[in-house]
Ligand binder design. Structure first.
Ligand SMILES: Cc1cc2nc3c(=O)[nH]c(=O)nc-3n(C[C@H](O)[C@H](O)[C@H](O)COP(=O)(O)OP(=O)(O)OC[C@H]3O[C@@H](n4cnc5c(N)ncnc54)[C@H](O)[C@@H]3O)c2cc1C
Length: 317
């Protein structure tokens, strides 16, 4: 090993030692255990900070050449079978919530479903849809998650983000150019917490709307098998599911990954799917829909890490 490489390794060892006792540290952590698709190889470094200070310390200490990947519930994430060669930061312990009249703040790791239930208890409306989305507040902001005609940006007021150098800044919603499944966060930054402005309403009516959303969802989506929700964004004025079905792809299976018979914009892991199987199905669907309807489907699922070797033909995508 060269002197430069030895020095780099020492810096990285010191970095991990500096965070000892501040959370959960793991090397080579299988990402399949942290994604709802239940696929993905190991994260080279994995850290679950115990609190906000531990998160900031971790980002400050992380060497500049190491890529950082924020992780919520992994419900919109596809990691290659080869894993992620950087630093995965699992924010799930940053889950505190605070209510101040109609303003509600939540840590990035608070589950959206819990957030929605708590808002209902406090008689606050505007985030009912979150009861049906299996991600965290941070992931919800990053994706501008939404359904049933509501989305995060409707009620978001501001966020707190930690930048790649470890400094923390506040950003208003108007700084974020939020659109359909899109939020402009500063490069390399991470949402630490978010504040929403909601409206007062009767708790019982809010709960009834949440019940109705949940039942509509469970009757139309394949929730019993591992999946990541909608794989593709809906193109303007159309539905990805309709286009995939029209191309005759419902039920198509590659390896252990299948286009759901129940909802064509869902790919399910039938048990032993690899990430490469899922990507192969994604590429196949994109090509078939393009040929059939002339429309290019864009992925909604975040394909994190390095995929080039697979797309170049080493894998079967
Ligand atoms: C059954 C099912 C149904 C779904 N239904 C919907 C739906 O109706 N509407 C919808 O919009 N989505 C839906 N999804 C997708 C998913 O739940 C949402 O996109 C959700 O917002 C992702 O949150 P997460 O915490 O799981 O993020 P992750 O999957 O962990 O991360 C997604 C992306 O956000 C980034 N990220 C995560 N946390 C942070 C943070 N704190 N700061 C900065 N970046 C961050 C990650 O790096 C990654 O790029 C569904 C998924 C499933 C499995």
């Amino acid at each position: 090993m060269s002197a430069a490489m030895q020095e780099t390794c020492a810096v990285k060892r010191n970095w991990m030692q500096a965070l000892d006792g501040m959370g959960v540290w793991r090397r080579h952590e299988p990402m399949a255990s942290h994604t709802t698709l239940a696929v993905g190889g190991p994260a080279r470094w994995f850290f679950r900070p115990a609190d906000r200070n531990a998160l900031i310390a971790a980002i400050k200490a992380c060497p500049a050449d190491v890529a950082i990947l924020p992780l919520g519930r992994g419900s919109n994430m596809l990691v290659p079978d080869t894993g992620f060669g950087g630093f995965v930061v699992d924010l799930s312990d940053l889950d505190e919530m605070a209510f101040d009249h109609c303003n509600v703040s939540a840590g990035a790791g608070a589950r959206m479903s819990r957030f929605a239930r708590q808002c209902a208890e406090h008689g606050l409306t505007g985030c009912e849809f979150m009861a049906t989305v299996p991600g965290d507040i941070g992931g919800g902001v990053a994706m501008n998650a939404g359904c049933f005609s509501q989305q995060v940006s409707d009620s978001l007021y501001c966020i707190e983000v930690v930048l790649r150098d470890g400094s923390v800044i506040d950003m208003l919603k108007s700084d974020l150019s939020m659109g359909y499944r899109h939020t402009d966060l500063p490069t390399g930054s991470m949402v630490v917490s978010a504040t929403f402005r909601l409206q007062p309403d009767s708790p019982e009516q809010i709960r009834e709307r949440m019940r109705s959303m949940r039942s509509r969802r469970s009757s139309t989506q394949p929730l019993a098998q591992p999946n990541c929700g909608s794989v593709f964004k809906n193109p303007h004025g159309d539905h990805a599911a309709r286009l995939i079905e029209a191309a005759g792809l419902k039920g198509l299976q590659i390896g252990g990954a299948r286009i759901s018979n129940q909802h064509a914009n869902f790919i399910v892991n039938t048990g032993d799917a690899s990430s490469a199987d899922i990507v192969a199905l994604i590429r196949h669907a994109q090509a078939a829909v393009k040929q059939h309807s002339g429309i290019e489907l864009e992925t909604e699922v975040c394909m994190v890490g390095e995929w080039e070797y697979i797309l170049a033909g080493d894998g079967h995508a």
